[in-house]
Design a binder for this molecule. Structure first.
Ligand code: ADP
Ligand code: MG
Length: 624
């Protein structure tokens, strides 16, 4: 109903007006009907009475033999407001007198004449003819004989005028009534429409969001049910506001947790699409935080990992049970280096029996994993070391026996020159074997107490061990150390450090070059109060790129594939730190331009107190 006004107020007024107009109309119709009948009844009565009165006067005039005396009263009758015309006719219906105009020119109409036969004795007759014309007629008697008839015709205009007056009166009363009640409703409806519009604007302000404090509480302008409604509305808004601020607090708590937790957090919807992640998870995937939303895992992670993680999420969706400690491993090259994630996925239910999201906690345990592995491998290594040492020890005795036997063999007189040559070779090889076992024993037979060691002896023992490899590869060795240089240290461990550095230098110089080993008294270049020994080992080998330089001291970092362990420098670093020493390197790879090569410098403080303390701590940890 598009024509209907949009406000309650005007709808009320419109319906009221319609209803009242209808009822006033109905009232007018009934009034006209009833009043019309009444007016007609009275008109007929009057007509009969008027006809009788004219007839009586005519009888009187006839009795006095002066019929013309009837004329004044006939005219008077004609002047009456309800009468159109009054006439006297003779017995046949010829007009004798008429109230106005000429009698000769106003004869009876045939329909009127036809009524003469119907006129009852001594009584008036009222009849209608033509279009709404009424006439009353009565016989005029002269004794018992009829002399003629008295006719009175009514003037209908008068009747309708009366009806008009009644109608006009009631219509104007109706209009006043409609107007007054409209005004009343207009005034009363303010108490409905005002609070309604206040409520409406309040609701709109509420929906448009913040700024609640500016618009609320809504003014209570009326004291009725609508006032109560506004008050209830105000109370509801206050409660909502309280809830909303509580919710905001909780949300900001959650947000800060999500942003600052040192673990990756990610949420999925039931289609395994990501709905929320935190910064840490974004760092883990290497994809910008905003680019996770709405995506699936294969879009942000390498396919193999994504499949496994997604499988866990699906399992949670189907079983509605959490999945704990799923271990995911990234292979080197798949995305960066090797890493391990520990994932726990759990259902998130906004209501007790409705799973809406799946949350996942992703922890990067690569570091832990690596050190666990390292620990395991070191243990294995230590065990192998102990085994090697015990084998070396066991081999030593038979070796001594063989040496002695070879010595005896040489003394036999009937050995020819070539046999003697074989004995010499065998002696040399046995000598080499015994050297190897000696070295092995020296490495693993941990000296439990530090002692003063001669640097020359220490460095020579290592370099001699590598002399064969050095000459095979064509590496020129340059030694720069004085015989009187000594150091209070764990000789076995210092020897291990030097062996590691020399072996690396040899590995880096497969096509020949130079190896320089230098040792001299020096001062700690960070804490100059410590005096000690600085050992420099430099090679002209391949050098290292920046990436290698940065990761050099990590356990298991190697560029040598299966032949490397990646433990040499890590162990060396540990040993140096334990001695409060320093290791420093300069290296340049061929790709960086210029001559390639590497120089390691190590400083060991020569301080009996400091190194003694290390020994005590060492024993303490060993016991623990
Ligand atoms: P490994 O020798 O088993 O590889 P290390 O810890 O001894 O383990 O060395 C780690 C890595 O450092 C080596 O793989 C190598 O790439 C690099 N490196 C160490 N010393 C040198 C050197 N003198 N010249 C070039 N690279 C070196
Ligand atoms: Mg090495």
């Amino acid at each position: 109903m598009r024509w209907l006004p949009r406000t309650v107020r005007w709808q009320l007024i419109l319906w009221l007006m319609l209803l009242e107009t209808l009822s006033v109309g109905l009232f007018a119709v009934i009034l006209v009907k009833v009043e019309g009948q009444e007016i007609r009844r009275r008109a007929l009565e009057r007509l009969a009475h008027q006809a009788t009165s004219v007839a009586l006067q005519a009888e009187e005039a006839y009795r006095q033999q002066r019929p013309e005396l009837v004329f004044p009263s006939l005219r008077m009758m004609g002047e009456a407001p309800s009468v159109a015309r009054a006439m006297i006719t003779d017995k046949t219906g010829d007009v004798l007198f008429v109230s106005s105009g000429d009698a000769a020119h106003s004869p009876l109409e045939p329909a009127e004449k036809a009524q003469i036969a119907q006129i009852p004795e001594h009584l008036p007759l009222v009849f209608s003819f033509g279009d709404r014309r009424w006439e009353g007629v009565k016989a005029i008697y002269d004794g018992a004989n009829v002399r003629g008839y008295a006719w009175v015709e009514t003037d209908r205009a008068w009747d309708t005028e009366q009806l008009d007056t009644v109608l006009r009166g009631s219509i104007s009363f109706g209009l006043i009534w409609i107007g007054a009640s409209g005004l009343l409703v207009l005034l009363m409806s303010r108490s409905i429409s005002r609070p309604l519009s206040i409520l409406q604007s309040g609701t709109r302000a509420l929906m448009e969001g913040p700024g609640i404090s500016a618009n609320f509480p809504l003014p209570v302008t009326v004291d009725n049910e609508f006032g109560d409604l506004i008050q209830a509305f105000n109370r509801m808004v206050a409660a909502l506001e309280e809830q909303r601020s509580g919710l905001n607090d909780t949300l900001s708590l959650l947000d800060s947790m999500l942003a600052n937790a040192p673990i990756g957090l990610v949420f999925f919807d039931r289609q395994c699409r990501i709905v929320r992640v935190n910064e840490v998870f974004a760092e883990m995937t290497g994809v910008a935080l905003s680019r996770h939303l709405g995506r699936t895992l294969p879009e942000v992670l390498p396919e193999r990992i994504a499949k496994r993680l997604e499988g866990a999420v699906r399992h949670v969706i189907e079983s509605e049970l959490p999945v704990h400690d799923l271990e995911l491993e990234g292979r080197p090259g798949e995305s960066g280096g090797r890493w391990t994630w520990l994932v726990t996925a759990y259902p998130v239910r906004p209501s007790p029996n409705k799973l809406r999201w799946v949350g996942a906690i992703v922890m990067d345990v690569s570091e832990r994993k690596r050190s666990e592995d390292a620990l395991r491998r070191t243990e294995k290594l230590a065990a192998t070391g102990r085994l090697a040492a015990s084998i070396a020890h066991e081999i030593n005795n038979p070796l001594e026996a063989i040496t002695n036997l070879l010595y005896l063999l040489r003394g036999f007189c009937h050995l020819d020159d070539s046999a003697l040559n074989y004995v010499t070779i065998a002696e040399k090889e046995v000598q080499r074997m015994s050297e190897i076992t000696q070295q092995t024993l020296r490495f693993y037979r941990q000296s439990t107490l530090p002692a003063r060691a001669t640097m020359e002896e220490l460095l020579d023992s290592v370099l001699d061990m590598y002399s064969a490899r050095l000459s095979t590869l064509g590496i020129a060795l340059e030694r720069q150390y004085k015989p009187d240089l000594d150091l209070f240290c764990f000789a076995g461990e210092v020897r291990q450090v030097i062996a590691n550095l020399v072996s690396n230098a040899i590995d880096a110089t497969p096509g020949g070059g130079r190896l320089k080993v230098r040792a001299r008294r020096s001062r700690d270049w960070v804490h100059p109060q410590y005096e000690g020994v600085r050992i420099t080992i430099g090679d002209t080998g391949s050098g290292m790129t920046e990436e290698v330089r940065n990761r050099l001291f990590e356990a298991f970092f190697t560029t040598k594939g299966a032949t490397g362990t990646g433990l040499g420098l890590w162990v060396s670093h540990e040993i140096i730190l334990k001695h409060h020493g320093i290791i420093h390197l300069r290296s340049r790879a061929a790709s960086e331009g210029g001559a390639s090569g590497t120089v390691f410098q190590i400083f060991f403080p020569d301080n009996e107190e400091l190194t003694g303390r290390v020994a005590v701590e060492d024993r303490a940890t060993a016991k623990a």
